[in-house]
Design a protein around this ligand. Structure first.
Ligand code: DC
Length: 335
């Protein structure tokens, strides 16, 4: 579904003016967005309180926009609002880049943030970035792409094929023909390798270490980054990983670097793995995390690093909810 916004104004509150302005606005929206009447799900108007003589929804029906649900409401008085203004939101089938239409001096109230929102979240293992990314995606109702899952799937493929993650040539050969797909089921990412859902298999502790190793391979990175950019260009989304803000999407408008002390991160991972039934030792978890951070930040290609224009968020003393609130506020501040 796509939401198209628009607004227009009238010189005086008369039925003739309202009918003409609404018709002009809707025709312009239809033309600029190449819409047919079957595309339109509904049209919703809100107008300033000084527009009383005619319902914009009725004007829309009279103008021939009668094959969809129509709705009008009056806005409460807002200081500084443009007088005699009619705003509209047209909901359409399909996903496309909306062309918003503002006529007769009407201005956008604020940017429609979710229509092109791309958020890059980077940080080390256990920093809380994937929990925050999921919650953020849910908040804005946009897609979440866990890029680590893709490197994990490459590691699993190595494991299944008896390839050492350190054998650069064999890994590059393997990734050339890898059958990896990212799908979504009930809003959740499903990682499909060779036609099989491996979303759980890739979470095994031994895969974490292997994923860190295969992710240093240039052929692997090239292929995964290409897939990630393709997904990110098709819809608004939140991506989490190690190199999203620095390499995958350097132009992303919203970049965060999520971190926490290694002790806190180890505690979080330990609790997660325990909950999954893995019998592990906290000391080993912390040692693994430190080794993985070192490898991820010291590798030659696209190492884990904070982008210069990213906002640093240290989650050591923050609850999950506090992290999400912080990110949402920062995004909304910029709008
Ligand atoms: O976030 P994670 O623990 O699931 O990631 C697994 C490994 O994949 C991580 O150690 C480094 C690598 N990775 C990467 O190099 N670049 C990304 N964008 C995401 C993950």
């Amino acid at each position: 579904m796509t939401a198209i916004r628009g607004a227009t104004t009238v010189n005086s509150d008369t039925p003739e003016e309202i009918k003409a302005a609404v018709k002009e606005l809707l025709c312009a929206i239809r033309e600029k967005n190449n819409l047919s009447s079957e595309n339109i799900i509904c049209i919703m108007f809100s107008s300033t309180g000084d527009i009383r003589s005619f319902y914009p929804a009725k004007a829309a029906r009279e103008a021939g926009f009668d094959g969809c649900a129509l709705f009008s409401s009056l806005e409460p008085p807002i200081q500084g609002a443009l007088p005699l203004c009619i705003r509209v939101m047209v909901l359409c089938h399909g996903k496309f880049k909306a062309e918003h239409v503002y006529l007769r001096g009407a201005k956008r109230l604020r940017r429609d943030i979710t229509s092109n929102l791309v958020v890059a979240l980077d940080g080390p293992a256990g920093s809380g970035k994937s929990t925050a990314a999921k919650a953020l995606a849910k908040h804005f109702n946009i897609l979440y792409l866990d890029t680590g899952a893709m490197y994990r799937a490459c590691a699993l493929k190595c494991l299944n094929s008896g390839i050492s993650p350190e054998d650069g040539k064999a890994v590059a050969n393997m990734v050339k023909n890898i059958d990896l797909k990212i799908e979504y089921s009930e809003g959740k990412q499903v990682t499909v390798l060779d036609g099989k859902d491996v979303s759980l298999d890739i979470r095994k502790p031994e895969i974490s270490d292997m994923a860190s190793k295969v992710s240093a391979n240039s052929a692997v990175r090239e292929k995964m980054v290409q897939m990630q950019r393709k997904i990110a260009s098709s819809m608004p989304c939140v991506l989490d990983g190690r190199d999203i803000g620095t390499n995958v999407l350097p132009d992303a408008e919203y970049k965060f670097y999520i971190t926490a002390s290694s002790g806190v991160r180890a505690m979080r991972r330990f609790a997660e793995e325990k909950a999954k039934g893995y019998d592990i030792d906290i000391k080993k978890v912390e040692a693994d995390i430190i080794a993985r951070d070192k490898r991820d930040s010291e590798r030659e290609i696209a190492p884990l690093r904070m982008a210069e224009d990213a906002i640093l968020v240290d989650t050591s003393d923050m609850t999950e909810q506090q992290v999400v609130e912080f990110l949402v506020n920062k995004i909304q501040e910029k709008v």
